[in-house]
Design a protein. Sequence first.
Length: 653
Amino acid sequence: MDYKALGKKLIDLVGGTENIRQLTHCATRLRFEFYDMGKVKTKEIESQPGVISVVEKGGQFQVIIGNEVQTAFRAIKEEMKEDGNSSEETQESTSEKKGIVNEIISVISTTFTPVIPALIGGGMIKAVLSILVLAGLVKDTESTYTILSFISDAPFYFMPVLLAYGASLKFKCSPIMAMTMACALLSPTWSGIVAAGESVDFFKIPTLLVDYSYSVIPIILSVWILSYVEKFAEKYSPSVIKFFLKPMIIMFIAIPIALIVVGPLGNLLNDLVQSGANFLNDRVSWLIPMLMGAFQPFLTLTGTAWAMTPIATSQISTLGYEIVNGPGMLASNIAQGGATLAVAMKTKDKNLKQLASSSGFTAVMGITEPCLYGVLLKLKRPFVASMIGGAIGGIYAGLSGLVRYAFVSPGLTAIPAFIGENPMNVVHAVITIVISFVAGFAASWILGFKDEGAEVETDADGKSEADAKKNADGTKDEEAETATTNTTKKDEKASETKEIASEVIGMPVSGKAAPLSEVNDTVFSGEVLGKGGAIFPEEGKVYAPADGTVTLFFDTGHAIGMCTENGTELLIHVGIDTVNLEGKYFEPQVTVDTKVKKGDLLLTFDLEAIKAEGYDTVIPVIVTNTSDFKEVSLVKEGTAKAGEDFLCVKRGE
């Protein structure tokens, strides 16, 4: 592959070096940020030799290259230098900003991602508490109820503190100073002043009385302002006294600005957004769930699914439930699962049947990316079917007044999130599930799809195009007969293929083994780079999973490539987006071209520190040359030690 030629072509297709705001890479993908997305020719990029796929996620344009991403990255950088430009130089030479929508989505995504586990935990405890009360196991007058209630409420009450951390990552300022500002907004003294309702001022400047507990928008805007104040303090504080002068300046300027200007403005925006959602729900209760049910797949594809998160979390914080996100997402997720399982039942392609079965099951559980990228998008008509099913289920959810009490990904496993004060709410959730699944399944079955493995087009009855060419007297057309015969011969030949060898790949790290579908990244969960498995690590040590040679070790230390003695090419990727740590917390123990034995230590990393930085630490292990094998399967799931059997790679002749 000529990566220099690919680099030149990609630069042309993204609008030239002057349109590249930033270019980085991780173990498998190039990560672009552009000034003008309108100049980027996505479809042409996807069709380039050497490009596996393209994903737009979190404000980044990601070009999936695979193991040779470093080569492609260097080629592009060299080409940019020859043009007399680089991503850093471009950023300094122009003031043009990327699209406002992408910028907002990027801010929301980065801010909320570290907070999601706390919101899920608190929300689920609320759901469990409701179950305990309904079952008569706990009374709302008991201290147990009180303790569980304030535990579940903590992430929502202190939402500004949690969001301050995520916002500081986006705006590149001190997390501690950002969280300190949030603590000031939630100070018991300030809360007492607000409760008393007495007018206050700051150096004769009137200050509005606003309660910032449970709020979302005010702290995000305030941290944005703080980032500029921090830069000012950094620039003008004398180095001799900077240690104590800089934080004083930040707090003395940024926090009063938040209290006097930014906080009240953000609170007004917060109220306007909620009022708009409540207005629509009161008058056309079916509209928002129907739109979310129909278009959730598009929101996921474009990375704009995060746009509704502030509204949903704000409603849960203040009302105890939300109406704008969960009900429609429940309908959409289940409908996508139903449409995909219809494909699994109808297809004659064994590989597609296996993929559709597994990804369809995970979709009804609440994780849709594998079926969305692996099945629905590729087949197109089932994708439309999932939208139809989601819209129909969403209409019922809206008309029935369905609400979500906890912030979790809606699916069968999230039914407790719909248990609350209204005992009928969970019943409506179950009915929504049934309607969405049946509608998605039926629409997918009726619309049909091109069954590429069998090289035929299916109709509503699952009949092939050849079957549809029968003559009036019941005899088949000669061409149809030939096509059917050829297909039969192909199936017979495939069935005669014998398995001649297999290789077992060990666990490279101790932890919980799981399918790739559980990885919260569509490139890995959708098996774009190949089949394999995932490990949720319990320790920060990566060992060689088999005898072989280290073929790739990123400078950042977060990803390792190796080829076993039997020819299996592996990618061990520690964490999601951990390339952004730039090697921090990673200590490689070997180098490229090192021959290793199974069990040799390859890498150590600080697991807890990476978690504290807000990164997902799951470790996908990918067989990057999956196409060379008959089957790649997960040997076991659950907790296992490093070295125990993990993947089985089967060969065929």
